[in-house]
Design a protein. Structure first.
Length: 264
């Protein structure tokens, strides 16, 4: 294994940077290429067939170009739909991102868990299976909040995220039957933790927000245990689509160690 071989983190946008932050705590020197499919954003409103074809095709081409040691699909929507297909076509370890229903079930006190995700994520059989396996004795309430993706992207471009969008997501979840008993919320999109502070204003004090970044970082660290890394970190940010518009993200990207936005 070449010590400079990167870990490829893939997301539809910049939500996967929450995964990168957790990964850097465990593997500070790992070379990372973060790939944002800005041309395909948002995924949550696309069909399963569209997402599967796009993700598998992009990751195939990216793997040929960057020769990663491991690929992480840092996107719940892409993972719940395309993870199996990508594992069939790529010959490197693939780590997916799935809704953190298991840890939520272990911490809820009321037994009622809320789940905020994209439209595509919340309807997946993958989520049904996670619920059946880890939360069969709980009540899981799902609500599609696709607007939160745009709100998170806006926040990281220096804009104030729409208060109405955030309020609608929180109130929509709480309005479901039994929603007044929610004490734990699964943020089932890697963009959503970027808005945790804003979302918390609309839930009862003490409500827990759960997402999978730490678990993903642990899994990547386990799969790369014993591998050699460079003496210092290296980070590249590549994006599909209009790279010029992505320059607005640079102030935030620099806090994660990126110096420029490259076109893919």
């Amino acid at each position: 294994m070449d010590k400079d071989s990167p870990i490829l983190l893939f997301d539809s946008g910049i939500g996967g940077l929450t995964v990168l932050s957790a990964l850097r705590e465990r593997l500070p020197n790992a070379p990372v290429i973060y790939a944002a499919d800005l041309a395909g954003l948002p995924y949550g409103t696309k069909t399963e067939a569209q997402i599967a074809a796009r993700v598998a095709g992009l990751l195939g081409r990216m793997s040929e170009r960057y020769k990663p040691r491991l690929v992480c699909i840092a996107c719940n929507t892409a993972s719940t739909i395309a993870l199996g297909m990508v594992r069939e076509v790529l010959e490197v370890p693939i780590v997916g991102t799935v809704p953190a229903i298991k840890p939520a079930a272990s911490v809820t006190r009321s037994g009622t868990i809320g789940l905020l995700g994209t439209e595509a994520t919340i309807r997946q059989a993958y989520v049904d299976n996670l619920e059946a396996e880890f939360a069969s004795d709980k009540r899981l309430l799902r609500f599609a909040a696709p607007g939160l993706v745009e709100a998170a992207e806006a926040k990281l471009r220096g804009y104030t995220p729409s208060p109405d969008t955030i309020r609608a997501a929180a109130e929509g979840l709480k309005a479901l039957p039994g929603g007044d008993e929610i004490d734990t919320v699964v943020l089932a999109c890697t963009h959503f933790p970027l808005l945790e502070e804003e979302l918390a204003e609309h839930f009862a004090p003490g409500t827990r927000f759960v997402h999978g970044a730490d678990g993903i970082a642990r899994r990547i660290a386990h799969l790369t245990d014993g591998q050699e890394f460079p003496s210092g970190p290296s980070s590249r940010f590549v994006a599909t689509g209009d790279v010029q518009s992505a320059q607005a993200l640079l102030p935030y990207l620099k806090t994660h160690g990126f110096s420029e936005v490259e076109a893919f």
